[in-house]
Design a protein around this ligand. Structure first.
Ligand SMILES: [Zn+2]
Ligand SMILES: [Zn+2]
Length: 97
């Protein structure tokens, strides 16, 4: 785990873009908006992004893309979002049951 001492130090390191979470804007299954400050967002190790409702009730905690489990997506502080904004790329692949 790497801790940055200041926002400015983010500019200095190449780690920034290589290891940054994508913070996708919405749930892949139901397209519910999941803004960066949402505590309802869940991600798998590949950053497949779903809302908590879909993960708990539809996916049953298993990612439909990779079979992995989910964690609560960390919230990126607002000062960091200025430098590293959330992704605007919507991925919408609703499950067919
Ligand atoms: Zn959802
Ligand atoms: Zn996945």
């Amino acid at each position: 785990m790497i801790f940055y001492s200041s926002v400015e130090s983010l500019f200095d390191t190449k780690l920034k873009t290589e290891y940054m979470l994508e913070l996708r804007p919405s749930c892949e299954n139901c397209n519910k908006l999941l803004p960066p400050e949402s505590n309802n967002a869940r991600i798998c190790s590949y950053e497949c992004t779903f809302c908590g409702d879909c993960v708990d009730h539809i996916l049953k905690g298993v990612c439909p893309n990779c079979g992995g489990d989910f964690v609560i997506r960390p919230i990126r502080p607002a000062k960091c979002l200025i430098i590293d904004p959330a992704s605007k790329t919507v991925i919408y692949k609703p499950l067919r049951s």
